[in-house]
Design a protein around this ligand. Structure first.
Ligand SMILES: Cc1cc2nc3c(=O)[nH]c(=O)nc-3n(C[C@H](O)[C@H](O)[C@H](O)COP(=O)(O)O)c2cc1C
Length: 373
C-alpha cells in the first residue's frame, strides 16, 4: 500500500470512523455524502484523491466485458450513490466501475426512519430503506451534468412502491427510457427485500414476462435513438432455494440478458450477535460473505461458466474478492466493507488481487474466474 494511502487508512480507522460511528447510521451517511458531493464538484479535490488512492493499471486485471473495458474488477455496489450525486468521486477513490440507484420512475421517500442500522459486533448492516430516491428525471439531469463517466457506469432500476407487480414492467421501461442515453449498462433489481413482493418477480413466469418486455423495449430504444443495445444484467437475492435459482437462471438465459449480479441483501439472521439483529430489512456485510459466494458458485455451475457474474456480498478483503472470482465472478462490488474499512478499500483490494493472481501463477484474471466453480 502507498504511504499516502496508509495514512488515509489510519486516519479513517482512528479518527473518521469513530466520529461517524457515534452518529445515527443514516445521519453519518448523509454527512459523508455532503462531503462527497463537494468533492464531486471540485476537480482539484478529485485529482488529489486519485493521487493519494491510485487504482491499479496492470493489464493482468483488465477485462473486456459487455463491450466495455474494465481496468480492474472492483466496483461500487448499488444503494450507496442512489441518486448519482457523487459520480466522479468513485473513480478518484480507485473504483473500476460503479452502479448508481436503485432509481424508480418517480421519486419516493422510502420507509420511515430509522431504517439503517450498523451491527459492529457482526461487521454488518441491516437496511430497510425502501428505494428512497429522487426519481429517474432527477438522475438524468445529474448524469447529464457530470458528462461521460471515466469508469463504466451502471444504472440500477426498480419500481415504485405504489406500482403493483402486474404493472412493474412499465416502471422498469420508464426508467430505461429516461436513462438510456446516459447509462453504460442497466441492472434490473428484482431482489430488494424492502419493496413488498418485489422478489416475486424472480419467479419463472413473472421473470419471463418482465425480461421479454424489457429486452424488446431495449431494442426499440436502441433503434429509435440510433444507439447501441445497452447491456442489461439482473440482480438476484441470496435467499432462493437451489431449485428456484436454477429456474431463474434458466429463464434469464432464454432471453438476451447479458449477465447476473449475485447477490442482494439477505433476510437470514443466522449467527448474529449484535443488539440490532432483530431489526427488519436486508442484512449485508460479513454474515453474507460465504452465502453470496456459494450462490455465485451455483450460478457458475448452472450456466457452465457461460453467463457473466458480478459478485457482491460481504467483501471486506482481497481474499473475499478472490474467493468470489474463483467461484465464478468476473467482477465484484462492495458496499458494507466501505463503511467498516473506509475509502481506500477498492484500491487496496485491487492492488492485492494482482499479487494473489501472480502468486497462483495466473497471467490474467480471466484464468482465475471459476477455477473453484
Ligand atoms: C443501505 C443499503 C442500501 C442498499 N440499497 C440498494 C439498492 O437500492 N439497490 C440494490 O440493488 N441494492 C442495494 N443494496 C444492496 C447492495 O448493493 C449489496 O448487494 C449488498 O449490500 C451486499 O453487499 P455488501 O455486503 O458489500 O454490502 C443496499 C445495501 C445497503 C447496505
Amino acid at each position: 500500500m502507498k504511504r499516502s494511502m496508509g495514512i488515509l487508512q489510519f486516519g479513517y480507522e482512528n479518527v473518521i470512523k469513530p466520529y461517524l460511528f457515534r452518529k445515527d447510521a443514516e445521519d453519518a451517511h448523509d454527512f459523508t455524502f455532503k462531503l462527497l458531493k463537494t468533492i464531486s464538484e471540485n476537480s482539484w479535490m478529485q485529482k488529489m484523491m486519485s493521487t493519494i488512492i491510485s487504482a491499479p493499471t496492470n493489464k493482468i486485471l483488465e477485462q473486456q466485458l459487455f463491450g466495455m473495458t474494465f481496468a480492474h474488477p472492483v466496483g461500487l455496489a448499488a444503494g450507496l450513490d442512489k441518486n448519482a450525486v457523487a459520480v466522479p468521486v468513485w473513480a478518484s477513490l480507485g473504483f473500476g466501475f460503479l452502479e448508481v440507484g436503485t432509481v424508480t420512475p418517480v421519486g419516493q421517500a422510502g420507509n420511515d426512519k430509522p431504517r439503517l442500522f450498523r451491527l459492529p459486533m457482526d461487521q454488518a448492516l441491516i437496511n430497510r430503506m425502501g428505494f428512497n430516491n429522487a426519481g429517474s428525471e432527477a438522475m438524468l439531469g445529474r448524469l447529464q451534468a457530470f458528462g461521460k463517466s471515466s469508469i463504466p457506469l451502471a444504472v440500477n432500476i426498480g419500481k415504485n412502491k405504489s406500482t403493483p407487480n402486474e404493472q412493474a414492467l412499465e416502471d422498469y421501461m420508464k426508467c430505461m427510457s429516461v436513462l438510456y442515453d446516459v447509462a453504460d449498462f442497466f441492472v434490473v433489481n428484482i431482489s430488494s427485500p424492502n419493496t413488498p413482493n418485489l422478489r416475486e418477480l424472480q419467479k419463472s413466469d413473472e421473470l419471463d414476462q418482465l425480461l421479454s418486455g424489457l429486452c424488446n423495449h431495449r431494442k426499440v430504444l436502441a433503434s429509435t435513438r440510433g444507439a447501441s443495445v445497452k447491456p442489461m444484467l439482473v440482480k438476484l437475492a441470496p435467499d432462493m432455494t437451489p431449485e428456484d435459482l436454477e429456474v431463474s437462471i434458466y429463464t434469464m438465459r432464454r432471453h438476451p440478458v447479458d449477465g447476473v449480479i449475485a447477490t442482494n441483501t439477505t433476510l437470514s439472521r443466522d449467527g448474529l450477535q449484535d443488539r440490532h439483529r432483530g431489526e427488519m430489512g436486508g442484512l449485508s456485510g460479513k454474515p453474507l460473505t460465504m452465502k453470496s459466494t456459494e450462490v455465485i458458485r451455483s450460478i457458475y455451475r448452472m450456466s457452465e461458466g457461460k453467463f457473466p457474474i458480478i459478485g457482491v456480498g460481504g467483501i471486506f478483503t482481497a481474499d473475499d474478492a478472490y474467493a468470489k472470482i474463483k467461484a465464478g465472478a468476473s467482477l465484484v462490488e462492495l458496499y458494507s466493507g466501505l463503511i467498516y474499512h473506509g475509502p481506500t478499500l477498492a484500491s487496496s483490494i485491487s492492488h492485492e488481487l494482482i499479487q494473489k493472481l501472480q502468486q497462483d501463477g495466473f497471467e490474467h484474471i480471466s484464468q482465475a474466474i471459476g477455477v473453484e466453480g
